[in-house]
Design a binder for this molecule. Structure first.
Ligand code: CMC
Length: 432
């Protein structure tokens, strides 16, 4: 963070003295005005619900240019990583700042692989849930529960503990997700198989059974790996900010990630992929699209999988996802799948309609990920769970970065109070 010569001066029309505020520049992206001393200098807060203009931290992990439709992990464009890199190398990059060399790569893959099993006791904890519980509810519980099992990695002031907690979370997430799924459908859990790739192992734990050998389809494993890369981090979004806020109080990493999962579940965030597929199913055929679009314009509902707080251009992840959707449908699905036809037509109509053009509403990553995951055999309730699995590395990298930042303080937003001013207590018999 570099202090620039330019200062911001805040002046008041009521004659109060103006204040100079320092301005800092990042490496790319907008400069920021440092308002940390604003309250001390003026007795005023800033007001920014939804953080539309507020940088909550400095970060060197992920950069988004929403107008250009650009997403960089540690400087590397997402399109290059998604097509040339694998998920575990991307995890290494997000956590350490650089892509691994040959030996670092081998060590990291081995380290993660060595932590894929979960404490056997976790399955009894899982058994307390209803079989029809939403897997996001189950995952929130299981991940929060990890802090009760792995006491030797919850000392947040110990860098070794922080590192091992990070590895455990990345390694165990696929195992927990698959357990939650198997529990819901009443099949036996599959233990991890460490000679498979991260995605291959996950596919086997999800769709394999102990009665038969499971053959990993390399097209599906690659597509899933790509989905994981696309979802691995996305700078200071709602769930990442939740993880940071939870972590700022000194909570342990497992508790923080559980908080992030809870936040991700919302339909405006990670829950949108589930909602987007349900919407395509509800539309059913391309002929029904005009009627559906009218409903969106009448504000009866939103077009799920469209729009983004930051991208006001095509979501770069959606482009890669669109290509993956075709590959997967060619390998295992029906390229003439009516859902894909509805999706293609809906995209075409929306991109040419003044309502969407004016509001810069482009398809986001969730628009195509639902179709892809569905063709791979994942039920819709698992979509957001897969998002959580993939985002875990981003959350933990951001949490680690915050823990190492000397300017880190407990997060404590202020407010503009609009409730009653002080008044005296009235006994119940005198209340009207
Ligand atoms: N369908 C129809 N209209 C929309 C949509 C949509 N999906 N998204 C925004 N708008 C309209 C909105 O009604 C408003 O119109 P007006 O100016 O006439 O009132 C205008 O566009 C601006 O909307 P906004 O609510 O101010 O935009 P936002 O930046 O606060 O919201 C969003 C971003 C992602 C919450 C929103 O676009 C949305 O709800 N999209 C659908 C859910 C979705 O797909 N979410 C996944 C995001 S990508 C995955 C992730 O990173 O979490």
């Amino acid at each position: 963070m570099k202090l620039v010569d330019n200062k911001a001066t805040l002046s008041f029309s009521n004659g109060s003295p103006s204040v100079d505020l320092p301005v800092y520049a990042g490496n790319i992206g907008p400069d920021v005005i440092d308002i940390r001393k604003l309250y001390a200098q003026t007795g005023m807060f800033t007001y920014d619900p939804g953080f539309l203009s507020t940088a909550s931290c400095q970060s060197a992990i992920t950069y988004i240019d929403g107008d250009k439709g650009e997403l960089l992990y540690r400087g590397y464009p997402i399109e290059q990583l998604a097509t040339q890199c694998d998920y575990l190398d991307t995890c290494y990059l997000l956590l350490n700042g650089e892509l691994p060399n040959e030996s670092q790569r081998g060590d990291f893959h081995k380290l993660v692989t060595n932590h894929t099993m979960v404490n056997e006791q976790m399955q009894f904890f899982l058994r307390g849930f209803r079989r029809d519980a939403h897997p996001m509810a189950v995952l929130t519980g299981l991940v929060g529960g990890l802090s009760a099992f792995y006491h030797d990695s919850t000392d947040i002031n110990n860098p070794k503990h922080r590192e091992i907690a990070a590895i455990r979370l990345i390694a165990k997430m696929p195992t927990l997700v698959a357990m939650a799924y198997k529990y819901g459908i009443g099949q036996p859990y599959m233990y991890p198989k460490n000679d498979l790739s991260y995605s291959g192992n996950f596919l086997r734990m999800m769709f394999g059974t102990p009665c038969e050998e499971y053959q990993v389809n390399p097209v599906l494993a690659r597509a899933l790996d790509r989905i994981f890369i696309l979802h691995a981090d996305h700078e200071q979004n709602a769930s990442t900010s939740t993880v940071r806020l939870a972590g700022s109080s000194g909570a342990n990493p497992f508790a923080c990630i559980a908080a992030g999962i809870a936040c991700l579940w919302g339909p405006s965030h990670g829950g949108a992929n589930e909602e987007a597929l349900n919407m395509l199913k509800e539309i059913g055929t391309p002929e029904r699209i005009p009627e559906f679009i009218e409903g969106v314009k009448d504000r009866k509902y939103k077009l799920m999988g469209f729009g983004h707080r930051v991208y006001k251009n095509y979501d770069p992840r959606a482009k890669v996802m669109q290509q993956s959707a075709h590959e997967v449908l060619e390998a295992v699905g029906d390229p003439n799948d009516p859902l894909l036809q509805v999706a293609r037509e809906l995209e075409r109509v929306a991109l040419n309609d003044e309502y969407f053009i004016e509001r810069k509403l482009f398809p986001n990553v969730d628009f195509y990920s639902g179709i892809t995951l569905s063709a791979m055999g994942f039920p819709t309730t698992m979509f957001t769970v897969l998002f959580a699995l993939a985002r875990t590395v981003g959350w933990i990298a951001q949490w680690q970065e915050m823990m190492e930042d000397p300017s880190q303080k407990i997060g404590r937003p202020r407010q503009l109070y609009t409730g009653p001013t002080q008044r005296d207590y009235v006994p119940v018999e005198r209340r009207g």
